[in-house]
Ligand binder design. Structure first.
Ligand code: PLP
Length: 437
């Protein structure tokens, strides 16, 4: 396997140092289970499930077959005013997995679209109730909510925002929950629930009547795995309830078993009003996202619209694409039949303990984790993220693919991983990080 006949010049790669990639390409030619195939057939362990997308492992024939069948039967029909069975079937399946009451599903094509769609739903809901002055959103420092302008405006990861202006007006940020006391704490940290009172301070400052929603990731994932302090999400819920503010959980990473239950909402025992999801919805096989909404939010928006009008002026050409629905249905079958969320819950302790075994390496400054998700902070490199970027390349060359944000390694293996493979992952990390000293 070689790419010597490719120019590599014309594909402008996303979130990539394109010049460096072209000088030192890291190509992947195949994938099966938790293994990627690199140049010359080299095997590379997928330590981040693609990009948190592939909890059932790669190369699932059942998904490929379902997509193939669907493409032959009905390759495309717009979901604007026309229906096809797989989308309704998928919505029913998701409604049954979600916390009770959150059972109206709007399909989109990515996590970014799910966030921007959720924001529009919040605005439409308040407007439908005659409370249309509620236009502000409360987000959080270090948040990641995708790269469209709504999600980017919510974002608290500053480098993602630089160069793109100030974002939408009316978005304010609570403090993040990464406290120094949380260093090397696995699971929910005991301290920090009171950080949720930042939401109350926003209410006190701007007035509840101007705030549409509070949007948070249950575990802040892309920034480096900040697990919510015990009681923090409950406190956000209570403040939202007191002031008529919608609570949105962005579960694009947490959803589909990553926290040991179907959704983070269930793992942390807090039911929001809206849940966004994407990535693992199709086991990463095709692009798809969704927004799950409390029934009375949809009912309110419906009731406010004139009889012959479209109730919610929003949608995408590929919303509920038949092939994506087929992929998602097959992925949900696999998750259910192989009890993969339970497996994630069972493997979590071994995974987290094994990763925690790296704590004594001098370059490791912190390790956090929950479920099948862990973040390892490295001592800063020669520039923001420079150490992490070089580390990602070295790990890939040593046989481990991971997601890196700044100087944080993020691990999120497929739930099908076994103990021996977790050990292998730890050994590669150990050897490469130790060679850094
Ligand atoms: N929201 C969260 C919490 C995410 O982690 C991500 C991506 O990592 C997104 C939204 C954006 O998803 P996408 O890249 O599919 O647009």
């Amino acid at each position: 396997m070689s790419s010597s006949d490719l120019s590599l010049q014309h594909h402008w790669m996303p979130f990539t140092n394109n010049r460096d990639f072209k000088a030192d390409p890291k190509m992947v030619y195949g994938a099966e289970g938790i293994w990627l195939t690199g140049a010359d057939g080299r095997k590379i362990l997928d330590g981040s499930s693609g990009l948190f997308t592939t909890p059932a492992g790669h190369g699932r024939k059942r998904i490929a077959d379902a997509v193939h069948r669907q493409m032959i039967e009905l390759d495309y029909i717009s979901s604007f005013t026309r229906g096809h069975e797989p989308s309704f079937r998928l919505a029913d399946r998701l409604a049954a997995m979600l916390p009770p009451g959150i059972d109206r599903i709007f399909f989109v094509n990515s996590g970014s679209e799910s966030v921007d769609t959720a924001m529009k739903i919040c605005l439409a809901y308040h407007a439908a109730r005659g409370d249309g002055d509620r236009k502000m959103f409360v987000s959080r420092e270090r948040a990641y909510h995708g790269m469209n302008f709504g999600g980017l405006s919510l974002a608290g990861m500053v480098r993602n925002r630089l160069g793109f202006g100030t974002g939408l007006p009316g978005i304010v940020h609570m403090r993040h929950t990464g406290l120094p006391e949380h260093r090397f704490v696995l699971g929910e940290p005991a301290q920090g629930a009171e950080l949720a009172d930042d939401l109350q301070r926003m209410v006190d400052t701007y007035g509840a009547d101007s705030i549409a929603a509070c949007v948070v990731e249950p575990i802040a994932g892309s920034t480096g795995v900040l697990v919510p302090p015990r009681g923090y999400l409950q406190r956000l819920r209570a403040i939202c309830d007191r002031h008529g503010i919608l609570l949105v959980f962005d579960e694009v990473i947490c959803g589909f078993g990553r926290t040991g239950k179907a959704f983070g909402a269930q793992s942390f025992g807090v039911t929001p009003d809206i849940i966004t999801m994407a990535k693992a919805l199709t086991n990463g096989a095709l692009p798809m996202g969704a927004v799950a909404v409390r029934q009375n939010i949809q009912d309110t928006i419906m009731a406010a619209a004139p009889e012959n009008a479209i109730e919610f002026m929003h949608g995408y050409t590929a919303s509920a694409h038949p092939a994506a629905c087929a992929a998602a249905l097959a992925a949900l079958d696999i998750y259910e039949e192989e009890n993969l969320f339970e497996r994630a819950a069972q493997m979590s302790a071994y995974f987290l303990d094994t990763v925690a075994g790296l704590r004594d390496l001098p370059s490791v400054t912190d390790i956090r984790g929950y479920g099948m998700l862990a973040g390892i902070d490295l001592a800063a490199g020669t520039g923001p993220g420079a150490g992490g970027y070089m580390m990602q390349k070295r790990l890939f060359d040593a046989g481990l693919h991971v997601k890196i944000t700044g100087d944080t390694i993020i691990l999120a293996p497929p739930f099908t991983v076994n103990g021996g493979e977790i050990d292998q992952m730890r050994d590669i990390l150990h050897d490469v990080l130790a060679a850094e000293q």
